[in-house]
Design a binder for this molecule. Structure first.
Ligand code: TYD
Length: 146
């Protein structure tokens, strides 16, 4: 990763794309194309039309979301402003830092969302109540002002 990578804000990461007349190839290596050591990879697929996933935040976990196939929208909220990204290319990933409320919607037919994370699954990491999330963000901001 470039040394100036700011892991406090959401941002698009472009992966290498190796074009070939036999088809393209892209790659992720930990600490190289993604700004952390990869502890977990999971994927979301067969989402029924109109459904959404997520609607929670992680306390300390960072992740990168990739539209390996199809398209969908990732909607993030940091307690103050909303960020919306349409992912539709397999050589782009969206870096989502910890403490971002997030949901994924508008899944196209046969879309496949691949998520690489810097921690194993741990349900204690989740904040599933939006009011609690906003309160925690305010508390974090207040403790940074001291
Ligand atoms: P959840 O993270 O709530 O899904 P989403 O945010 O996409 O709506 O996970 C759904 C279920 O899957 C929940 O019961 C926990 C389980 N799960 C695992 O067992 N391991 C994992 O790595 C993940 C992401 C979820």
């Amino acid at each position: 990763m470039p040394p100036e990578f700011d892991s406090s804000i959401p941002q698009i990461i472009q992966f290498p794309k190796i074009p070939d007349e036999r088809g393209n190839l892209s790659v992720i290596e930990q600490c190289n194309q993604v700004p952390f050591e990869i502890q977990r990879v999971y994927w979301i697929y067969d989402v029924p039309g109109g459904d959404m996933r997520g609607a929670h935040a992680y306390k300390t976990l960072n992740e990168v979301i990739i539209a390996i196939s199809g398209s969908y929208d990732v909607v993030l909220h940091d307690g103050t402003r909303e960020y919306r990204y349409q992912l539709n290319r397999s050589y782009y990933g969206l870096f989502v830092p910890k403490m971002m409320w997030r949901h994924i919607e508008n899944f196209s037919t046969n879309s496949l969302a691949l998520i690489v994370a810097d921690q194993p699954y741990n349900q204690q990491e989740y904040i599933r109540d939006y009011t609690e999330f906003v309160q925690q963000k305010k508390a974090d901001a207040a403790s940074h002002r001291i």
